[in-house]
Write a protein that binds this ligand. Structure first.
Ligand SMILES: Cc1cc2nc3c(=O)[nH]c(=O)nc-3n(C[C@H](O)[C@H](O)[C@H](O)COP(=O)(O)OP(=O)(O)OC[C@H]3O[C@@H](n4cnc5c(N)ncnc54)[C@H](O)[C@@H]3O)c2cc1C
Length: 412
């Protein structure tokens, strides 16, 4: 079998699609398999989509998480522009920039947070001086401040009882509905990438010349494929398949089920920016020009914690966009109630939908534990065993950079 016919990518989320596009750019033909009827319909769609510049990882004193996020963020747009063979209009898909709110009971005091943010700016300046491109989703960060005091924000929107300080940043999130549509259109023009949807991968075993992979299609018929190279980008389905090849995590990990709420803000809050509250079990609001606003309040939205290789089967409906109505109602109610204590006018928001996704990470205690490994997210990426790659995406932000690294490894 020639090189071009032997690569099978499992999963059509941001990671699988990034890997497929990067492989195609290197001259490979790729087959991609996913259980859903179209690409990016699970975590990559239902997450917040922030392209992290490193602000929320201030409690990783090694600075490695923030350094990785910043580097990955600067690779995101240039890699996709190259893979898609077109200059993407990133600004059209970007959220309003994030304003950070420092909570009165933040795990780190403002001084410690600001020290981290100064370090971020210095690191960016060093990267640019070292020749790194400064393209952050279509915006040049050259000679720009990553953050500054929130001079343009109406701070009277926020309750002084909850918020100690706030500052503006250059950070944005990506509107995934538009991004998915763009990917679908471009992928349709690339015959080197074949995607088989509605196909659930169930087993993998080693063969004389690679791997046998088997599963079931949505219509109940059996599916199988043979490949020299298999790249597992199944996210919450990843560990179960790895285990069939004897590959198990050697340290504690956790899968968390986290909900999101989409809604329409009242007219009085039309000028509200995107918000992230630090540092602890707080939440985010993401504002788009032509898409619903995203809300997530951590204590209300965190609804599941699993340390088994396969997450509980009842999480599946939530991740496919069909949560149990009574839980969805509770999530929406508790989320908006919590935000109302910080932004009093927010209570008039009209909730449109509630669903969720899974977050896989190393660690075994929650983020309110100062020593939790959840504050350190740099030990991500791929492992490799005789043609079998397994990719821990880590974050939406890091997927393109990891895909580039994997394909370079594969190409030798
Ligand atoms: C609520 C929430 C908020 C988040 N916020 C951010 C953020 O702001 N910024 C950020 O950078 N990251 C964020 N993340 C993390 C980020 O979303 C994930 O790291 C990223 O989307 C994972 O991408 P993926 O392609 O690996 O997984 P997915 O997008 O889940 O893709 C995996 C694919 O594999 C398929 N699949 C799984 N098992 C099987 C199987 N057995 N057979 C066939 N197909 C299968 C699925 O259908 C899916 O399409 C957040 C996550 C959540 C849940």
């Amino acid at each position: 079998m020639g090189r071009a016919n032997s690569v099978l990518v499992l999963g059509a989320g941001i990671q699988g699609i990034s890997v497929a596009l990067a492989l195609r750019r290197r001259g490979y033909h790729v087959r991609v398999i996913d259980q859903m009827p179209a690409l990016m319909l699970r975590t990559s769609l239902r997450s917040e989509g922030k392209i992290h510049l490193g602000f929320v990882y201030a409690n990783d004193s090694s600075f490695q998480t923030s350094a990785l996020m910043l580097r990955a963020a600067l690779h995101f747009a240039p890699l996709f522009d190259d893979w898609l063979e077109m200059p993407v209009d990133w600004r059209r898909m970007s959220s309003a920039p994030f304003v950070y709110l420092i909570a009165r009971d933040s795990m780190l005091a403002p001084d410690a947070l600001y020290a981290h943010y100064h370090r971020l700016q210095d690191f960016l300046n060093e990267m640019i001086a070292g020749g790194e491109a400064a393209n952050y989703l279509g915006n040049s960060l050259r000679d720009k401040k990553l953050w500054q005091p929130a001079a343009r924000v109406k701070t009277n929107l926020f309750s002084p009882n909850a918020i100690a300080e706030c500052f503006e940043t250059a950070e944005v999130a990506l509107e995934r509905t538009r991004f998915r549509a763009l990917l679908r259109t471009r992928l349709a023009a690339f015959p080197e990438i074949t995607i088989h949807y509605a196909t659930r991968v169930e087993t993998i075993e080693r063969a004389a010349n690679g791997f046998h992979v088997r599963g079931t299609r949505a219509d109940g018929t059996r599916w199988h494929d043979d490949a020299e190279i298999v790249i597992n980008c199944l996210w919450d389905g990843r560990l179960a398949l790895d285990a069939q090849l004897g590959l198990r995590p050697q340290r504690a990990f956790v899968m968390r089920l986290k909900y999101r709420v989409l809604g329409e803000l009242p007219a009085t809050l039309r000028a509200l920016p995107s918000l992230t509250m630090v540092l602890g079990r707080y939440g985010d609001v993401v504002r788009y020009q032509n898409a619903p606003t995203y809300f997530s309040w951590y204590p209300a939205c965190l609804r599941g914690w699993s340390q088994t290789l396969t997450p509980p089967s009842e999480w599946d409906a939530v991740c496919a966009g069909n949560p149990p109505p009574e839980i969805a109602d509770a999530v929406a109610r508790e989320t908006m109630t919590a935000f109302e204590k910080i932004i009093p006018a927010i209570g008039a928001t009209r909730v449109k939908s509630v669903d969720g996704g899974i977050i896989y990470a190393w660690g075994e205690s929650d983020i309110n534990d100062f020593d939790s490994e959840l504050h350190k997210r740099y030990e991500i990426g791929f492992t490799h065993h005789d043609g079998y790659y397994s990719v821990d995406t880590g974050k939406f932000t890091t997927a393109p950079l990891l895909a580039q690294q994997l394909v370079r490894h594969l190409d030798g």
